[in-house]
Design a protein around this ligand. Structure first.
Ligand code: ADP
Ligand code: MG
Length: 702
């Protein structure tokens, strides 16, 4: 078995109905029709779909599948599946295994239990799923999974995939207009590519099971810090413990079978924190793969006696987890449009695409911020460990100097005598490490791609890529409008680039994003600083944003307004669960534990005094008195918290409710936590009802 396991190329993609499998199993004409569908987005006619479905079913059954599901990504941010078996009765009363083209192409799950933001009136509870043939079907745990988009019967998107696919089309349309202006024979399509680096924590399962906060909310609501954190930097890239290594090995193997290019696995900065990075691929596939990765991480961790935490901030005082979204654009001929290239001509094309991104990030800072806004990620952004909540971009000193020379119409360096001119000069090489050094930048150019670093570890990558693609498509469409009319292409191109730099250079910042001074500087530059989710979400329905999405056919206004409601609703729901979990833990475990320990202490005082006479009993009396005043204030705090939860829920309007949770409930939770943590520090380990931070963070041994 191990010999087989070592043959990665043999089993890579073995559970995927990929190109090779289709070529081998489909009649030639059917295969060709499939390829046209995948490549050009043509719809598949039902007779062809029937042939594909049948071949898919036979292939899946050979891999142990008994069921199929339309696999989709509703607004919950995780994937959904409803399993149907292949069985169908025949005339004799026995069964046959069947799967039709109709079942492949379209499904009708009940949409009423998924968030719809009012798009789905209860009278039309049905929604439908439509096959996305550009992402291959696969077998997972005896189920044939068919990647699909999910819409209401009126055609409104109810998922995260539909807008992502629409945004990729928008970008393709506009980027193609530009590429044609530069010649580039043979380019027929441009796709965006993404490589998401995924961070996560692994903790011992027994320990996890004793923490209701982790079970119900994914993060610790209490817990005084362990004596050791990450200050020694001994975990990052450190040796991987055998139990974790065994988990990573199996994770790689399972992902490879599903055709996911899992590439790098290493320890991250915090104790028990790890990262997995795949090799980049087309964005919608990367999004599907990232969902599969998160799902498998959680499943396999359990198998290895651990739990995988994907929350953005499971532990206070310890770095949280993010997801770096590496993004670029690539032609069907394999040219990466963010690669500076070697010749003045390639450089000019690169600079134009680069400027499109700069303009997009500046004009749609608000949308980028919204695309990563969640209750969990609010704990991270701006906490001097992740990028700040202010969106800015870094280009590295060298590229910034070049843009500045262009803008100011000066020479780029002292050695260089002539003025920097597009189409004439060859750009110097940008060594990777000079562009990649700034780890604090939210949106960093890293040599041949951009790395968007604000994304939270549990978030779907679909939202932020929908925004990046659409905003860049808008820049490109404006550029194309100018350039298509130009009689002197080179000089108009030069001016366009110079004007874009002048207008949008405020978004470029190569310095330390964690610095307090940057917050002030950013304010001076007029950049947005949207600190919390409720602060950010209202910008989603700003006129300019409705117009952007409408123009590029990514969201209708109706769809956008629905999303506005869903994001705010989700935020309030998360905070409500957290606050109620807190109340529960306080009444059921924490207050009784502290009070019980107080009794132990007072018993000890009485016993001591009985035995030894009137001694001060300093430790016992002082601890007892501190704990009893803490108990009183914790108790007052929890009563106030209960009132605040009830008041917040009173708000009918989603924005007002989210604001109330943020401003009235959250600060009370923080205040209670700090008192409970103080109590934990001076209470005996035996009396404390939960595993400690030390147990959780250093509990995976051997
Ligand atoms: P880091 O130093 O951030 O770990 P890597 O070079 O390892 O940088 O790349 C990080 C991620 O970026 C990987 O997932 C990689 O596949 C991805 N990546 C590389 N090139 C591109 C590209 N052209 N488009 C999208 N992602 C890319
Ligand atoms: Mg990175």
């Amino acid at each position: 078995m191990d010999a087989v396991k070592n043959m990665v190329p043999e089993y890579f993609g073995s559970n995927v109905f990929d190109d090779m499998t289709m070529r081998a199993r489909l009649p030639k004409e059917t295969y060709k029709a499939m390829i046209r569908t995948i490549r050009d987005g043509r719809s598949l006619d039902l007779t062809v779909a029937n042939v594909v479905a049948n071949a898919m079913k036979d292939w899946a059954i050979e891999r142990g599948a008994t069921h199929y599901t339309h696999w989709f990504q509703p607004m919950t941010g995780i994937t959904a599946e409803k399993h149907d078996s292949f069985i169908s009765p025949d005339e004799t009363g026995r069964i046959i295994m069947e799967f039709s083209g109709k079942e492949l192409v379209q499904g009708e799950p009940d949409a009423s239990s998924f968030p719809s933001g009012g798009l789905r009136a209860t009278c039309e509870a049905r929604g439908y799923t439509a096959w996305d043939p550009t992402s291959y079907a696969f077998v997972k745990e005896n189920v044939l999974c068919i990647p699909t988009a999910f819409c209401s019967f009126a055609g409104d998107a109810l998922d995260k995939k539909t807008p992502l696919l629409r945004s990729m089309e928008a970008l393709n349309r506009q980027a193609m207009r530009i590429i044609k202006l530069f010649g580039n024979e043979g380019v027929t399509s441009i796709k965006t590519t993404v490589g998401p680096e995924q961070e996560y924590f692994l903790i011992d399962r027994e320990i996890y099971n004793k923490r209701p906060d982790l079970i119900f909310t994914g993060r610790t609501l209490f817990g005084s810090r362990a004596p050791k954190g990450q200050e020694l930097d001994d975990h990052y890239f450190g040796t991987i413990k055998p139990r974790v290594a065994a988990f990573m090995k199996e994770l790689d193997e399972e992902l490879w079978k599903l055709g996911v290019y899992a590439k790098t696995e290493h320890n991250e900065g915090a104790p028990s924190q790890h990262e997995l990075a795949p090799i980049f691929t087309t964005t919608n596939i990367a999004a599907d793969h990232n969902q599969l990765t998160m799902e498998l991480m959680q499943k396999l961790a359990k198998k290895h006696g651990m739990v995988c935490l994907l929350h953005e901030k499971p532990f206070a005082g310890v770095a949280g987890s993010g997801k770096h979204n590496n993004w670029s654009m690539s032609t069907n001929t394999g040219i990466n449009l963010l690669n500076p290239g070697e010749t003045p001509y390639e450089n000019a094309q690169f600079l134009l695409y680069l400027c499109a991104v700069i303009k997009a990030v500046d004009e749609y800072q608000d949308l980028l911020r919204i695309s990563v806004a969640s209750a969990g990620n609010d704990h991270r952004l701006g906490a001097a460990e992740a990028p700040p909540a202010i969106v800015s971009m870094s280009l590295g000193d060298e590229l910034t100097a070049i843009l500045s020379a262009l803008e100011k119409e000066t020479a780029y360096s002292a050695q260089e005598k002539s003025l920097m001119r597009i189409g004439v000069h060859v750009l110097p090489k940008f060594p990777r490490d000079t562009t990649d050094r700034n780890r604090t930048s939210p949106f960093a150019f890293t040599g041949n791609k951009f790395e968007f670093r604000m994304l939270g570890s549990s978030e779907s990558i679909s939202d932020c890529n929908t925004v990046i693609n659409t905003a860049v498509a808008e820049s490109l469409s404006q550029f194309a409008n100018v350039l298509e009319k130009a009689s002197n292409f080179e000089s108009v191109l030069h001016d366009l680039i110079v004007q874009t730099i002048r207008k949008h250079k405020r978004i470029i910042f190569n310095g330390n994003g964690y610095d307090e001074a940057w917050v002030k500087e950013a304010e001076k530059r007029g950049l947005l600083n949207l600190r919390s989710t409720p602060d950010a979400i209202p910008y989603l329905i700003a006129d300019k944003n409705i117009e952007l999405f409408r123009k590029h056919k990514v969201f209708t206004e109706r769809e956008l307004r629905a999303r506005y409601e869903i994001y705010l609703e989700t935020y309030s729901k998360v905070l409500n669960i957290e606050a109620r979990t807190m109340v529960d833990m306080l009444y059921k475990d924490i207050l009784p534990a502290i009070s019980g320990y107080g009794k132990q202490l007072s018993d000890a005082i009485i016993q001591k005094k009985k035995a030894l006479g009137d001694l001060p009993c300093l430790y016992e009396t002082e601890t007892l008195s501190t704990l009893s005043s803490l108990t009183d204030s914790i108790y007052r705090g929890v009563r106030e918290l209960e009132r605040a939860i009830a008041d917040a829920k009173h708000n009918k309007d989603n924005f007002a409710r989210a604001k109330a949770f943020e401003q009235d409930v959250l600060p009370k939770m923080k205040a209670i936590r700090s008192e409970v943590d103080r109590a934990e520090r001076i209470t005996s380990l035996d009396a404390w009802p939960y595993p400690t931070y030390a147990d959780m963070l250093f509990g995976v041994r051997g």
